[in-house]
Design a protein around this ligand. Structure first.
Ligand code: VG1
Ligand code: CO
Length: 548
């Protein structure tokens, strides 16, 4: 059935001044996205930037949050009018970010539009977002997002067709004027890909041996993927996946897999008789949290551990080409790379900086302290992939999470790590504060408390080795004596006020100190940044709003 009512026509519009993509796409309050032409302007600006998408094929899907359905119907109208000939859309408009990335590659599509504000809350009062991914599956690089932003400032018309709503509730094909819309099962292809990456036979022995796991889908997009993979294909019993039904408002929570927001999982894993393995993902399925029985694993440690054990999984049967981490991610993985003799790259925050390195074959394992881990299989961070990576290692070593982490620390030392977020700051005040910090960081050399002294400082600048493009002002680093570091940056994903992130890390090499409480281990660094920054004076705050 053809749902077309009218061929494409041009509609006049006025530009919006706030359509600058941040760390991961354009992210705003739902109410902003609901304003007349807000979605249309942004999508048209994508086509004004990349006219070659006309005649091509696009993948579309989102994390199912409030406004997902309406946004997709609007996007269909604009992209078809702009000449896209084939649209591949997840059933019910659902696609996790890594599944969308895989579909782009698997179907040889030209790009993908992913609707998500990731770990930000959803619902009418919550957040919404649009991300553009490229032909390689990964996020559009900075040069493209910058060009799209330039176009949003001057867009005066957009193209659209008029059509009835396309039925996304069942799989199948629909003709929308000149374009073919194919609604597909969002899970199947992705689950098949996972079977090629890991030893499913070995993992299937875990439930047989009585090992239990719990996976918290946080009422977000990974529920259907997790049920298919962990319960149906790997044989973990029904009920292993909790909060499995994707909800438009994620049940009122933040779908952010950290100890604060995934407390249901945490409480379970810290209690007596807990399952042996726990994990969670975020709104759009690209993050992962790993927690053993009474043993949370910091994302930076997880990256290091996966790197050290990559040789155990089929995905890395050809070895590690190289590893990349974002700058604030701890240096735990650096020590693994050094021991393995594998090149290490340090990039700015955000997955878009990893894509070129993977395309060039320079790296095939990447990670961020914010619970993002991924390989070259999709060019995105991938929550379920990381969980399977862990399961595969546990299955073939028959070790517990606690034992495997302890063994790792014995070899490499333990890097204690925390992030302190100061949220809801006044934007002007925060950006003035940060500019001053960038200018004056050098003056902090020699300052210190309790034997911790600032040895050197750096405003992080990154030169992409494949394009020579420079990304500057990517955060301030203070290096301290004794393998400790403080990093400061402003978040690029929030929608209310500004967020200052402070990252703390300290290397501990004395085995008897490995079991120290993380906050205690970092108390000296905490005291140091509070003294150096004098946040009460500069930003009117003293304590972080979130510590993870
Ligand atoms: C945060 C994280 C960053 C991550 C980004 C997108 O960005 O720090 O590591 O890549 O979110 O993740 P920022 O600018 O707020 O610090 V997701 O799961 O939202 O796609
Ligand atoms: Co995410």
């Amino acid at each position: 059935m053809d749902v077309l009512v009218n061929q494409g026509h041009s509609v006049s519009t006025e530009p919006f001044d706030d359509q600058k993509p941040g760390t991961s796409g354009l992210r705003k309050k739902v109410a902003r996205f609901q304003e007349k032409h807000y979605v249309e302007n942004f999508i048209q600006s994508i086509f004004d930037t990349l006219p070659e998408l006309a005649g091509g094929s696009l993948v579309i899907g989102g994390d199912g949050r409030y406004f997902n359905d309406q946004a997709i119907q609007t996007i269909i109208q604009v992209v078809v009018a702009n000449g896209v000939e084939k649209l591949i859309i997840g059933k019910d408009g659902l696609l996790s970010t890594p599944a969308a990335a895989h579909l782009i590659r698997h179907t040889n599509s030209d790009a993908g539009i992913i609707l998500s504000a990731s770990h930000n809350p959803g619902g009418p009062e919550g957040d919404f977002g649009i991300k553009l991914n490229m032909k390689n599956g990964g996020p559009s690089p900075q040069s493209i997002t910058d060009a799209i932003y330039e176009n949003t400032k001057s867009v005066r018309t957009f193209k659209k067709i008029d059509c009835h709503s396309v039925d996304l509730a069942s799989t199948g094909q629909t003709q929308v004027g000149p374009a073919l819309v194919e609604v597909i099962d969002p899970v199947q292809d992705y689950a098949d890909l996972m079977e090629t990456q890991f030893d499913f036979d070995a993992i299937r022995q875990m439930p047989v041996r009585g090992i239990r796991m719990v996976f918290d889908a946080m009422s977000a997009v990974t529920g259907p993927y997790a049920c298919e993979i962990f319960e149906n294909r790997l044989g973990f019993p029904s009920g292993t996946v909790i909060n499995a039904q994707p909800l438009k408002d994620f049940g009122g929570g933040h779908p952010d897999p950290n100890p604060v927001h995934a407390h249901e999982l945490f409480d379970r894993m810290m209690s007596e008789g807990s399952p042996e393995f726990g994990a969670a993902s975020d709104g759009d399925g690209d993050r992962n949290l790993i927690v053993g029985r009474s043993c949370p694993v910091s994302p930076s440690d997880s990256l290091a551990l996966l790197a050290a054990n990559a040789h155990l999984v089929p995905a890395f049967s050809k070895g590690l080409a190289g590893i990349a981490r974002s700058m604030p991610t701890s240096s735990a993985v650096d020590r693994v790379a050094e021991k393995l003799g594998v090149p290490l790259h340090v990039t700015p925050t955000g997955w878009k900086f990893f894509g070129n390195l993977m395309d060039a074959g320079l790296v095939n394992l990447c990670g961020e302290e914010s619970a993002g881990t991924g390989g070259a299989h999709v060019r995105e961070k991938d929550g379920i992939w990381a969980v399977l990576f862990w399961l595969n290692i546990l299955a073939v070593t028959s070790k517990s999470v606690q034992d495997i982490m302890t063994d790792h620390w014995q070899t490499f030392g333990r890097t204690f790590y925390q992030r302190h977020d100061f949220e809801g700051l006044d934007e002007t005040r925060a950006s003035e504060f940060f500019s001053a910090l960038e200018k004056e960081a050098g003056n902090l050399v020699g300052r210190g408390v309790d034997g911790l002294t600032v040895v050197s400082t750096e405003v992080f600048e990154y030169k992409d080795p494949t394009t020579n493009e420079i990304a500057n002002n990517q955060g301030v680093q203070l290096f301290l004596d004794g393998h400790s570091r403080l990093v400061f940056r402003l978040s690029g994903t929030g929608t209310t006020g500004a967020t200052l992130r402070v990252y703390l890390e300290r290397l501990e090499t004395r085995p008897e100190a490995f079991s120290t409480d993380v906050a205690d281990s970092l108390s000296g660094l905490t005291k140091l940044y509070q003294e150096l920054l004098n946040l009460k004076h500069s930003l009117g705050v003293t304590e972080p709003t979130t510590v993870v």
